[in-house]
Every structure is written in structure tokens, then in C-alpha cells.
Design a protein around this ligand. Structure first.
Ligand SMILES: [Zn+2]
Length: 286
């Protein structure tokens, strides 16, 4: 499934000056921003997809933007969405549509810093895209991975991504490991996580935000099962694999790059912090 959110006609709200980019939110590499800061509640909110962690607030479900509202707002009041099973053709939408009651408020709040982080990431890319010298920016790489995982789980739990049997996913279908990774109780397995993709990806369109769910191909032992998600933000495209190391034969890919330098002459730099640190440095002609 490919979800293409095409925002070209509506792109407003891009930062026009470098000082509009908030550089004060650089994150410590050691802190996952979704980590719960208080002791476990030992409560469950029925319908919260993280209920197996037994750390809900016990109150009713809250409404959640599974594709970050702060990111969608960058695209103006409306944008075009394509690729959902309930849409036969691309349709203009508002951010409100991409909401679902799938998390308790406590778990929802714990994930909301991911939305701030991806919006900041987008602002840097958008600045470079406009030829602005954006300076240096640091992000916790694992939080970018967690944001992609949040989108993937949101798509599944909201019913926009169906299982192999066509059934809507339920909380108890989710591997507890995914939830522990999402809430920073466990690291991503070795070889899983973010891969930057340097070449065009089949079926991923040219919109400014494209989301494509990755399935194992026919003939594979796990055919049809989801193993990850591909995100394309402007021209910056990456896969987050949660099931296995990805095998890509035709594209140039880099696992967890530590640095992206934009343009020649340079227009800025994004550093991704990883544990252990990455020595991979890429120069992108953005
Ligand atoms: Zn919960």
C-alpha cells in the first residue's frame, strides 16, 4: 500500500528565514523522547494499542493523529491523500481526517514529542529545498525511527492497513517488541531500523510526503506480512525496517547514516545520533 500525501498545491507555512527554524530543541542522544518518565501504572485502557505494556492511564481513549498533525499542518489546511483502502481516488483532506482513537492519553502524550521532532526535521529539509542555508541540526536517529513506527502502527490500528487475511488489526495482534521499541524500553534489533535510500523507489510517488508500507514479496516464507515502512519527505527517503534486515538489490542504501550534508556549496547539515555512533556521512544534492 502506498499513501501519497500530495501537498504541492498547498505548501504554505514553510520557514522563509533561517531564524524561523527552531534550533533550541536539539535532543540528547541518550534520551529517547518517548520514554515514560514515571513509574508504570499497571493499568490498561481497553482499545489502547499499547495496553500490553500495562502502563495506560485507565481513562477513555484519546483522539490521535497517527500521521503527525504538526507535520500535516506544514502543508496548509488541506492536502490530497491517496492510497487508503477506503478511497477509490485521491481526495482533498484536512488533518482532522487522519485521526483515530487508538491510544490512551498517557501513551498518546508520550508519543507527541515525535511529532514535534519530525516537524522540525521537515522544516530543515524544506529550508534546504528553498535554497536557504539552514546551519547544523541534530536529531536522535532512534526517534526518527520511532516516528515511522508510530505511523505504521497508527495505520494498522486505525484500520487503514489490513492484515494478510483482510482483518483489521487489534491491540493483541501487535508484537510487544514493537511497543517496547516505540516507548524506548528496548532497542531496535541489530540490522533493523533506518536505511536511507539514495535512488528512486518503485511505487513511491513524487509528492512531498509519501508513505509506503513494505510487505514481504510473494514466494517469501512470510509473504504478505509487513516488515517496515518507507517514508519520503520532500526528496529525503528512508525505510524503517522493524522485522528484518532489508535486502535491496537495485537501490543504493545506507544503514543509519550519521550525517547528511546538503548541497555544494553546503546549505546545511543534519546529524543523526546513534548508539553506537555512525561514521556514514552523505552529501546530498538536494
Ligand atoms: Zn495506553
Amino acid at each position: 500500500m502506498v499513501i501519497s500525501i500530495d501537498v504541492r498545491a498547498f505548501s504554505s507555512g514553510l520557514p522563509s528565514r533561517i531564524d524561523e527554524l527552531d534550533q533550541s530543541q536539539a535532543l540528547s542522544p541518550r534520551d529517547g523522547i518517548t520514554k515514560m518518565r514515571r513509574a508504570k501504572t499497571d493499568r490498561i485502557t481497553s482499545g489502547c494499542y499499547a495496553e500490553s505494556l500495562r502502563d495506560c492511564d485507565g481513562r477513555p481513549l484519546s483522539r490521535e493523529h497517527y500521521i503527525s498533525e504538526s507535520l500535516l499542518e506544514r502543508f496548509g489546511k488541506s492536502f490530497t491523500v491517496d492510497g487508503f483502502p477506503w478511497l477509490s481516488t485521491a481526495r482533498k483532506m484536512t488533518p482532522k481526517v487522519l485521526q483515530a482513537k487508538i491510544l490512551c492519553e498517557r501513551h498518546n502524550n508520550a508519543l507527541s514529542p515525535l511529532d514535534t521532532s519530525i516537524a522540525r526535521f521537515y522544516d530543515v529539509l524544506a529550508g534546504v529545498h528553498k535554497g536557504i542555508n539552514v546551519g547544523n541540526h541534530e536529531f536522535n536517529g532512534a526517534d526518527i525511527e520511532r516516528w515511522a513506527l508510530k505511523v505504521l502502527l497508527g495505520l494498522a490500528m486505525s484500520g487503514n492497513l489490513r492484515g494478510v487475511d483482510g482483518r483489521r488489526a487489534r491491540a493483541h495482534d501487535l508484537p510487544a517488541q514493537y511497543l517496547r521499541i516505540l516507548f524506548d524500553e528496548e532497542a531496535m534489533p541489530v540490522g533493523c531500523g533506518l536505511y536511507y535510500v539514495g535512488d528512486p523507489i518503485d511505487n513511491v510517488d513524487a509528492g512531498l510526503l509519501d508513505i509506503s508500507v513494505n510487505h514481504y514479496p510473494l514466494g517469501h516464507a512470510n509473504a504478505g506480512e509487513v516488515f517496515g515502512i518507507t517514508i519520503k519527505l520532500l526528496r529525503f527517503q528512508f525505510v524503517v525496517s522493524v522485522m528484518a534486515r532489508i535486502e535491496v538489490k537495485t537501490q543504493r542504501i545506507w544503514y543509519r547514516p550519521g550525517e547528511f550534508c546538503f548541497g555544494a556549496p553546503p546549505l546545511g547539515r543534519i546529524a543523526l545520533q546513534w548508539t553506537p555512533p555512525s561514521k556514514v556521512s552523505l552529501v546530498l544534492g538536494f
